[in-house]
Write a protein that binds this ligand. Structure first.
Ligand SMILES: *Cc1c(COP(=O)(O)O)cnc(C)c1O
Length: 445
């Protein structure tokens, strides 16, 4: 037994840190591992990039032209992961601009998610009934070329001021239906510990705020930021969740593993959000490997996003079919824990809409016919004479006032007969029984 645990002779020792580009080889470890040093030495112009990469003509023009409108920044740590000679390197394409970013296609929109329309207070988006999104800064450790908020991000280079934070906190305090606050941006984790704590403490003091979430790509672009001090502070504000933007298996380095390990050890549940990107990860095998690696560093896959319609990123977009094909390659084929929800963040503020392969093939009163990942078709027998006992057991259902869900859930409850177009008031609505199977079929058309 003992022998099996030993490393086989001749094996390389485990790799503890990623490679460094030649220009930074002489930098002492203490500086290299200091996130402030990494931020100060980011690559922000053509000359910087040329010290690390051989640029193609298209990249060189792209950087020069794009920088007139948008920001570029790459941390030395992340720049060292890029292939210096291959412009198609999947990490390089995410951070080095090209002239394609200046192409605005017909479908493109400046604000595809209509976030500006759902913003009752600057920096706060209230789109869903019980949760809000707070854009706490417009800065990031590095700027993703496929960013959905590219019109805002990096534009003013500022962190939300205290006065604006106070307005956001007041809004949340006044809206007792908000039980979940999601801090994003920009990237909240590029703010100082003190600044982050100020917001966390104010939000935590609001009794109806049940959970706080952070959305970040800092663990990928700047894992040095995840210091023991930061983590010790964050863990005082539980229940706190962090979702991390990961797109490619090559992003999972020893440094990233250590950063995620620290967060997970502090009891912070970690999730991943991945954007489906043409030529970067639009392949079932790449995504499957990425998601399996996520689980190994204790990150639970959460969302796989169809790329948004933001201006200048059509060259990154895939068909919706590619996402369905990827899910088809995951469900049943690998751990269910590794399977994220594939979503389209619907244009015009439609919100996130899940997209799935069809698993429910047909239904009758007695049977639900399903197919599995192998294509096997099975019948599930439904219980005879089923009626929900919810009305008797659930306090919420007995209280019709409180129990008035919006949308299709409201239709199911008989609060209305029609959604969209001209609506009759709920009182006048004829109670209708809508067969869930019919709804399902309608969703197919
Ligand atoms: C994504 C998003 C949320 C959070 O959505 P979940 O599905 O709960 O993760 C909240 N508000 C806005 C505006 C969002 O875009």
């Amino acid at each position: 037994m003992q022998r099996e645990l030993e490393e086989p002779p001749g094996d390389k020792p485990p790799q503890l840190s990623s490679r460094r580009a030649a220009v930074w080889e002489a930098v002492p470890d203490a500086l290299w591992n200091d996130w402030h040093w990494q931020m100060r030495h980011r690559l922000t112009g053509v000359a910087d990039l040329k010290r690390v990469l051989t640029l193609t003509g298209e990249e060189e023009d792209g950087v020069a032209q794009t920088l007139q409108h948008l920001r570029m920044a790459i941390t030395p740590y992340f720049a060292s992961l890029l292939d210096p000679h291959n412009p198609n390197c999947p990490l390089r394409r995410q951070v080095v601009p090209t002239t394609q970013e200046l192409v605005v296609s017909q479908a493109d929109m400046a604000d595809p998610l209509s976030e500006d329309h759902h913003s009752p207070v600057p920096g706060l988006v209230h789109r869903y009934p019980d949760r809000v999104l707070v854009l706490v800064t417009d800065q990031c450790a590095a700027y993703c070329r496929h960013c959905t908020r590219r019109r805002l991000v990096g534009a003013k280079q500022q962190v939300m001021g205290l006065e604006q934070m106070d307005r956001v906190v007041r809004y949340v305090a006044e809206h007792t239906e908000v039980r979940d606050v999601l801090m994003s941006g920009g990237d909240p984790l590029i703010m100082s510990d003190r600044h982050i704590e100020y917001l966390l403490a104010r939000l935590r003091a609001i009794p109806h705020v049940e959970i706080i979430r952070l959305g970040s790509r800092v663990p990928v672009y700047l894992p040095q930021r995840i210091t023991p001090e930061l983590v010790a502070m964050l863990r005082r504000y539980h229940p706190l969740y962090i979702n991390i933007h990961f797109n490619h298996p090559a992003e999972v380095t020893p440094e990233v593993k250590q950063a995620c390990g620290r967060l997970a050890d502090a009891g912070i549940p970690l999730g991943s959000q991945t954007v489906l990107l043409r030529g970067i990860n639009d392949c079932p095998h790449i995504i499957k490997r990425l998601l399996q690696l996520m689980l190994m560093i204790r990150v639970r896959p959460y969302y796989l996003y169809q790329c948004d319609l933001s201006q200048g990123i059509e060259h990154f977009r895939t068909s919706v079919a590619k996402g369905i094909e990827i899910i088809e390659n995951l469900r049943g084929h690998t751990s269910g824990l590794a399977v994220p929800q594939f979503v389209i963040d619907a244009p015009g503020g439609g919100g996130k809409v899940p997209i799935l392969p069809q698993y429910l093939i047909s239904m009758s009163d007695g049977k639900a016919i399903v197919r599995n990942f192998e294509g096997k078709i099975c019948a599930y027998s439904q219980p005879e004479g089923y009626r929900s006992q919810c009305q008797e057991n659930c306090a919420c259902c007995q209280d019709a006032e409180r129990c008035a869900p919006q949308g299709v859930a409201g239709l199911l409850q008989g609060n209305a007969a029609v959604l969209g177009g001209e609506q009759r008031p709920a009182e006048a609505a004829v109670p209708v029984h809508i067969c869930p199977a019919m709804l399902h079929d309608a969703a197919l058309q």
